[in-house]
Design a binder for this molecule. Structure first.
Ligand SMILES: NC(=O)c1ccc[n+]([C@@H]2O[C@H](COP(=O)([O-])OP(=O)(O)OC[C@H]3O[C@@H](n4cnc5c(N)ncnc54)[C@H](OP(=O)(O)O)[C@@H]3O)[C@@H](O)[C@H]2O)c1
Length: 235
């Protein structure tokens, strides 16, 4: 079966650290764009790769996006195109900008919204009255949610695998913090000239290693209709 190799790859990787396994998974154009302009939705994936995306959701315990993606796309963050259970939606949102009418509030699993001390407590109560679970965690020096703390929290809640779907800032932060273990990237046959999936990556980590040259391996690829799906591992 076509997807067998990809799913064998996903099954082969087990959690080796105290944190969940992180899969970066997004769709990009040939020039590396994930959308035209920040805050604007753009549907890139074709029917076949979209179905695959939903299958990937089924085999992860949680699905994580940044607040920028919620505001732009209003995603449901659930499984619809295949049968299987919904992963736990997790949203990273420093100051609780999460809309009270977001579609993710209607999914079978109520979202976990991870914020910092900056999140307004009245907004927290309103979100909680709609079923969301609001969690306050540490902030980074930049004032954003600390992703390492997010993964520690998810591990405590029994989450073993997380599919990080975007957007650009979240994907970049996972790469910079070296918290991503593997990737499944859909490449679609368009030139968009928009917002790149990865923003600037600092050349060196504190340990003096070059992030861009870290061992990233492409382990396989398959065509899904007109889209090319590549998967592999990051060190
Ligand atoms: N093609 C695809 O597969 C795909 C997938 C997803 C999204 N997208 C597109 O991507 C765009 C959204 O991307 P985006 O970069 O603007 O937003 P994003 O990555 O979804 O969210 C970024 C926001 O999350 C918050 N944040 C909190 N802690 C963070 C941390 N440690 N690292 C990074 N961000 C953190 C920040 O906002 P606060 O300071 O307010 O918390 C930040 O601006 C949309 O246009 C969407 O359509 C495309």
């Amino acid at each position: 079966m076509k997807t067998a190799r990809l799913f064998a790859h996903l099954r082969k990787h087990h959690r080796k650290t105290g944190r969940p396994l992180v899969t970066l998974s997004y769709a990009q154009s040939l020039d590396g764009s994930i959308t035209t302009r920040r805050g604007v939705p753009l549907s890139l994936s074709g029917r076949e790769s979209l179905r695959l995306w939903h299958r990937l959701r089924v085999c992860h315990d949680a699905i994580l996006v940044g607040i920028g993606t919620v505001l732009a796309d209003d995603p449901q963050l659930n499984v619809r195109l295949v049968t299987g259970s919904d992963p736990q939606p997790v949203i990273i949102d420093t100051s609780l900008r999460f809309p009270l009418k977001a579609l993710a509030l209607n999914s079978s699993k109520s979202p976990w919204i991870i914020t910092t001390q900056k999140g307004d407590s009245k907004k927290q109560k309103r979100l909680e009255s709609l079923g969301a679970h609001v969690i306050r965690l540490k902030k980074t020096r930049r004032g954003w949610v600390d992703l390492r703390s997010v993964l520690e929290y998810l591990a405590q809640r029994g989450v073993d695998s997380v599919m990080v779907e975007g957007g650009a800032r979240i994907i970049t932060s996972f790469l910079k913090a070296q918290l991503a273990d593997r990737f499944v990237i859909t490449i679609t046959p368009f030139f968009v000239g928009g917002v790149h999936a990865i923003e600037e990556l600092l050349p060196r980590t504190k340990q003096g290693r070059d992030v861009r040259l870290e061992k990233t391996r492409i382990l396989g690829y398959e065509w899904y209709g007109r889209d090319l799906v590549l998967w592999g591992t990051l060190k």
